[in-house]
Write a protein that binds this ligand. Structure first.
Ligand SMILES: Cc1cc2nc3c(=O)[nH]c(=O)nc-3n(C[C@H](O)[C@H](O)[C@H](O)COP(=O)(O)OP(=O)(O)OC[C@H]3O[C@@H](n4cnc5c(N)ncnc54)[C@H](O)[C@@H]3O)c2cc1C
Length: 497
């Protein structure tokens, strides 16, 4: 798409945007510095790959109301631009990064808490509010979020709900998902501005589902009504070990089936060693795997299931660590990226797999790991049964140029392991759009394509993502090209780690 403008360095003109959108000039930015800050997310992408996309936005707009968002959408045609919905940019799949240029619509000013039901059933807030802000508000009133991402201090409601995670209608899984499922199961309503400029107020689950996990390609989420829960009567946190993959699978399957397990995750001994070497919190001397669970609910169930897990750990040859260690593990749950210091770059797979296959999946991941002196480790999260989420990580250095490029092949190789065992890759955005069918399923993918046509026929919102991997040259890179290049790079993958 061509851009109109008399701003400097390819930027649009502030006056023109102001005239068309009626946004005050202090909420329209075209400075090169600010635009550069919005030209990437957390994904480490080498310059040779970046050259195929136009990541530089022509302006950054900060609406405060739904009406302003609708006016921005209505002006896109006159501005001859596309629009990229953005939360806090905590993703790593380029979902909120321009790939064919365009204007960033930064939603973070729409962060007010609007309404709270008297019976404590739901809370309504602007899509730009952080999960942490909403949780703090609820905490003071004796309630709590049902689910949230571990990026909660920064991530916005709209950003996580739009992120594709496990697919259209479901979205991401995070803290609370073992009990409440993915975020899509925890919504009571959405307000959305579509690519046609229409404002929709959605309260039926099947209507809401059309905008969950859609990578923001069909519309802007402007307000969110979240289902909430009462603060649990009893909470116990436990940290147990399992010496091998079979014991880990048994414990993970048990956690997934228990009524009171709210959040559970695990790490292998090499990940713990990396943490220790970086001065991060990690219990010492763990062999095999460390498993954490937060059990929440009525005191009787919590206590009985806690005892069952401890007993099972003993049967598997593991042990139970002191409760203070478990509490520290809970407090650290929001900082999974701290290990990145050991990189400086971490290459991570992210996929779901049936927990009944966990031991086999872990064995395949270990066979794929580079071994030797390379830093490598596994982080896993127990999500809604029957699945588990795995993030195998190898540490690399993006300054190593072509060697680093080759090591990116690990991402595909890890995700392929999940697929071989009946799982699927996690998240689409732009970088993983080659896997859109695998993430959404065939029917979900077809539905998302139809929704794009229905709600955004002019391809104004987040073009080139979610259902395709478009380049700056106007065409979408085909799957075979991705597979071929990953195969080629894969031959040299060990050079970069
Ligand atoms: C430390 C850390 C922990 C994480 N933990 C988790 C986790 O537990 N589970 C998980 O699934 N992910 C996790 N993530 C990934 C990421 O944080 C989440 O996807 C996150 O919620 C994105 O929120 P954001 O506000 O940063 O959105 P952004 O990254 O800005 O945007 C994400 C996508 O949403 C779209 N979007 C943003 N706002 C809107 C809107 N208002 N309307 C329509 N579309 C919109 C964007 O276009 C983009 O496609 C984690 C990331 C980090 C760095």
């Amino acid at each position: 798409m061509s851009e109109l403008g008399d701003g400097k360095d390819g930027a649009l003109s502030v006056q023109l945007i102001g005239k068309l959108t009626r946004l005050p000039s202090e909420r329209i930015t075209t400075s090169l510095l600010e635009r550069t800050l919005h030209s990437h997310d957390l994904a480490p992408v080498p310059p040779i790959i970046k050259a195929n996309y136009n990541n530089m936005p022509t302006a950054v707009l900060k609406p405060e109301t739904t009406e302003e968002v609708a006016r921005i959408v209505a002006s896109a045609d006159s501005l001859k631009t596309c629009l990229i919905p953005k939360g806090r940019g905590t993703s790593y799949l380029w979902g909120s990064v321009p790939v064919v240029g365009g204007v960033i619509v930064d939603m973070v000013e729409m962060n007010q808490i609007n309404d709270f039901s008297a019976d404590g059933e739901w809370i309504e807030a602007g899509a730009g509010a952080t999960w942490e802000k909403v949780e703090r508000y609820l905490e003071k009133r004796g309630f709590s979020l049902r689910v949230y991402p571990t990026s909660m201090p920064a991530a916005t409601l709209g950003g996580w709900i739009a992120s594709s995670g496990s697919g259209l209608g479901s979205g991401g899984s995070g803290v609370g998902s073992v009990m409440y499922g993915p975020v899509g199961k925890n919504l009571a309503g959405l307000e959305v501005v579509t690519g046609m400029g229409e404002t929709l107020n959605l309260s039926e689950p099947e209507d809401i589902a059309d905008f969950v996990g859609a990578d923001g390609i069909t519309g802007f989420i402007t307000k969110v009504r979240l289902k909430i829960r009462k603060k649990p009567a009893s909470i116990r946190r436990i940290l147990i070990t399992a010496p091998d993959t079979e014991g880990t699978q048994r414990l993970v399957e048990a956690m997934g089936a228990m009524k009171s397990v709210y959040f559970a995750q695990f790490e292998d001994a090499s990940m713990l060693e990396i943490k220790t070497s970086l001065g991060l919190h990690a219990p010492l001397g763990v062999k095999g795997f460390l498993l954490f669970a937060s059990l929440e609910g009525d005191a009787e169930t919590v206590s009985s299931e806690c005892d069952q897990l401890k007993e099972m750990a003993g049967e598997c040859g593991g042990k139970t660590l002191p409760e203070e260690e478990a509490q520290k593990e809970w407090e650290e749950r929001l900082y999974p990226m701290r290990v990145k210091r050991g990189g400086p770059t971490v290459i991570a797979g992210e996929f779901m797999a049936p927990s009944s296959r966990l031991a086999l999946v872990l064995k395949d991941v270990y066979a794929e790991f580079p071994g030797g002196a390379a830093k490598q480790g596994i982080h896993g999260v127990v999500i809604e049964a029957p699945d588990v989420m795995l993030m195998p990580q190898v540490f690399s250095d993006e300054r190593k140029g072509l060697k680093f490029l080759a090591s990116l092949a690990y991402v595909k190789r890890f995700n392929d392991i999940g697929r071989r065992h009946g799982g699927q890759p996690y998240g689409v955005g732009h970088l993983n759009a080659f896997n859109a069918k695998a993430v959404h399923g065939k029917a979900g993918y077809a539905r998302l394509k139809a929704l794009k046509k229905k709600h955004d026929p002019g391809d104004i919102i987040n073009p080139g993502k979610g259902i395709e991997h478009r380049t700056r040259f106007g065409f979408a890179a085909p799957l075979f090209m991705y597979n071929l290049s990953m195969f080629g790079l894969g031959l040299f993958r060990r050079l970069g780690v």
